[in-house]
Design a protein around this ligand. Sequence first.
Ligand code: PHE
Ligand code: CO
Length: 265
Amino acid sequence: MNKPQLRGDYSRAALDYSVEQDWPAYTAEEHALYRRLFERQSKLVPRYACPEWIAAISGLDAATQIPDFEQVSRKLRSRTGWQIVAVPGLIPDDAFFTHLANRRFPVTVWLRKPEEFDYIVEPDVFHDFFGHVPLLFDQVYADHLYEYGKGGLKAMRLDAVKMLARLYWYTIEFGLMKTKSGVKAYGAGLLSSGGELAYCVDDPRPHRLGFDLERMMRTGYLIDRYQATYFVIDSFEQLMRETAPDFTPIYARLRGLAPFAADAA
Ligand code: PHE
Ligand code: CO
């Protein structure tokens, strides 16, 4: 995570990597680009997003301009005890896990450039906000992410962050959920994607496996193409339940096993 070429401005960050959002500094062009991103996804989410995400988004007043994090945090705090913390971009594992373990979700302050409309490698404010924040209004999801944060600090002590990060990738970023009206997306990387949101549900090519903790932990991933494998949960309750056991013996056992290739599940 500590890659030197990260594009955010880290010079003003506090020790926990938080910054001021400085909402008044966003330009009219940035708000307009955000609105275009929001409009594109709005055509897709009724069909492809999970019900928990859909239930939350309309209460957020986030359609027309880059949201003011503090306003949203006020709503979030009263609903699930979470808040948003502004960050310059990706942050080191220990800072990230510590925020989650204190019910603070780090959201990147900067917005992508117009030429990155379709695709961006690093998370920006649109991905972080649109993809992740609505689900923090769901108590089970929010509680799970809090447990994940504590689990991350523990995984650091056990030198198992890579395995835990894969679990995050295949659930929080690219997870699918089975619902009464079909398979839907809850992963933030899907919800904020112009192309993969329909692909992950409709395309016959990718594998769609049921929840399989050990398989997720053993499956590498590629950040620059659509996923070859998605894991489908039944509910956030299932996600909570399946991740509740102590991972210590699981990490110890999986460490010796060969990984599954990202593109060959
Ligand atoms: N149960 C995990 C552990 O013991 C922690 C965890 C919880 C990890 C929820 C991910 C999600 O390490
Ligand atoms: Co994300």
